[in-house]
Design a protein around this ligand. Structure first.
Ligand code: CP3
Length: 349
C-alpha cells in the first residue's frame, strides 16, 4: 500500500545523505523526543511508556514535540528498538530507575533455537500506523526517520534480560554457543529488514540502524558478530538512505565507509572529525558527534563548541547531531541553542 503525502519542504537531510551540495548542514538530535521536554513529561504522567509507543496518536504527538519546540531538520518516529524483541515474544517492561527488563530472556541453547522471525511487521503494525499518521501531520515540514536496533544490540538485551554496562551474560552466551547465537542473529537480521521495509512502505524517508553496544565487541568479534549483519541490512534497504550508528566501533569506520551500502555513518564523541574523515576517505556522509553532556555548557560556550565541530567536519557530507541520545535533564533552551547554532552557521575560513 503506497500513500500520498504532502510535498517535502526541507530536504537538507536527504540532500546531505545523497552527498549533494547543501547551503548548511542539516541538524537533528538522537532521542530528541524525550524527557528534557516539559510537553513529553506531561504525557508521561498519564500514559506508560509502551502506551505512548503503541498508540499512534500519542507517538505522533511526541514525535512532533521537538519539531515545534526546537526546530531540527528531521523528525524521528517515537518508538523503541525493543519493539522487535517484543514481536519475538519477549516481555519487555520499562522499570523506573532501572531501564528495560525482560521477563523471559534467552537463557539456553533451546531458547535461542526457538526464536523465529515470523511476520514481525504484522505484530508491530502500530509503529507503521504512527509513521503514516506522522508523515501526514508533519505536512512536509521535515523528513521522517524510521529506525531499528541492530541484531547485536538486540541480542544483548534479549540474552542479558536487562540493561547492563558490559552485557557479560550476552557476551558469555555468544562465546559459549556460537551456533545458537548465529541462529538468533540471522532471525534478527531478517526481522530487521522486514521491519525497516514496512516502515519505509508506511512513510519513513530515511532509516537509522542503532548498534548502540557495538563498542563492547573487540574489532575481531565485531567483524564476525556485527559487521556481516549490518552489511546485509544496508544492502537490503534500497529505497531510502540508511544511517548506520555503530557506537564505539571507531575501528570499523574504514570498512563500513567503503564496503557498506549505508548513506551515512553515525559517530560517537570519542572520534575526532579528522580521524573519521581520513578513515572514510570523504567517501560517505558523517553524522554526529557532540558529547551529549556538553549540552549543559553555558550557552555561549556551547555555541562556540558546536561551531568548532562544524568547522572540523566541514559543511558538506555532514549531518550535525549528538554523539548519542540527549540526556533527560538538559535545559530546553540549550537543546535549542544546539540546533540554532547549526542553522546560523557561517564558515569562518
Ligand atoms: O530518538 C528519538 O527521539 C526516538 C525515540 C527513541 C527512543 N528509544 C525513545 C525512548 C529511540 C531512537 C530509541 C532507541 C533505543 N532504545 C536505543 C538505541 C539508541 C541508544 O540510546 O543507544 C536503545 C539502546 C533503547 C533501549 C532503551 N529504551 C533504554 C535503554 C531505555 C531506558 C533508558 C532511558 O533513557 O530511560 C529506553 C526507554 C526510552 N526509549 C525512553 C525514550 C524517550 C525513556 C522513556 C521514559 O522514561 O519516558
Amino acid at each position: 500500500m503506497k500513500h500520498q503525502f504532502p510535498e517535502l519542504k526541507n530536504d537538507l537531510l536527504l540532500r546531505a545523505l545523497k552527498g549533494e551540495e547543501v547551503e548548511r548542514p542539516p541538524v537533528w538530535m538522537m532521542r530528541q523526543a524525550g524527557r528534557y521536554l516539559p510537553q513529553y513529561m506531561e504525557l508521561r504522567k498519564k500514559y506508560t511508556f509502551f502506551e505512548r509507543v503503541e498508540t499512534p496518536e500519542l507517538a505522533c504527538e511526541i514525535t512532533l514535540q521537538p519539531i515545534d519546540e526546537i526546530g531540527p531538520d528531521a523528525a524521528i518516529i517515537f518508538s523503541d528498538i525493543l519493539t522487535v524483541p517484543q514481536a519475538f515474544g519477549i516481555d519487555v517492561d520499562l522499570v523506573k530507575g532501572k531501564g528495560p527488563v525482560m521477563g523471559n530472556p534467552i537463557r539456553t541453547v533451546d531458547d535461542a533455537f526457538s526464536i523465529f522471525a515470523e511476520d514481525i511487521p504484522g505484530k508491530l503494525n502500530h509503529v507503521m500506523e504512527a509513521i503514516t499518521l506522522t508523515r501526514k501531520e508533519l505536512n512536509g515540514r521535515v523528513p521522517l526517520i524510521g529506525f531499528a536496533g541492530a541484531p547485536w544490540t538486540l541480542f544483548c538485551y534479549m540474552v542479558e534480560g536487562e540493561g547492563s554496562k558490559n552485557f557479560a551474560k550476552a557476551k558469555r552466551f555468544l562465546f559459549e554457543h556460537p551456533d545458537a547465537t548465529r541462529h538468533v542473529m540471522n532471525e534478527l537480521t531478517k526481522a530487521t529488514i522486514d521491519y525497516l521495509q514496512a516502515q519505509i512502505d508506511a512513510g519513513a524517508q530515511v532509516v537509522q540502524v542503532f548498534d548502540s553496544w557495538a563498542g563492547l565487541l573487540s574489532p575481531e568479534d565485531f567483524n564476525v558478530w556485527a559487521m556481516p549483519y549490518l552489511m546485509e541490512i544496508c544492502d537490503a534497504i534500497e529505497e531510502v538512505p540508511v544511517i548506520l550508528f555503530a557506537k564505539g566501533s571507531w575501528y570499523a569506520l574504514e570498512r563500513l565507509g567503503y564496503k557498506s551500502s549505508a548513506s551515512a555513518l553515525g559517530l560517537d564523541w570519542t572520534i575526532t572529525p579528522e580521524y573519521a574523515r581520513e578513515a572514510t576517505g570523504n567517501n560517505i556522509t558523517l553524522q554526529g558527534n557532540f558529547d551529549p553532556t556538553k549540552l549543559f555548557l553555558p550557552i555561549d560556550e556551547l555555541k562556540r563548541q558546536v561551531s568548532r565541530m562544524i568547522d572540523r567536519f566541514g559543511t558538506q557530507k555532514y549531518i550535525a547531531n549528538l554523539g548519542h541520545g540527549i540526556l533527560p535533564n538538559i535545559p530546553v533552551d540549550h537543546a535549542r541553542a544546539f540546533v540554532d547554532t547549526v542553522k546560523e552557521y557561517q564558515a569562518t575560513d
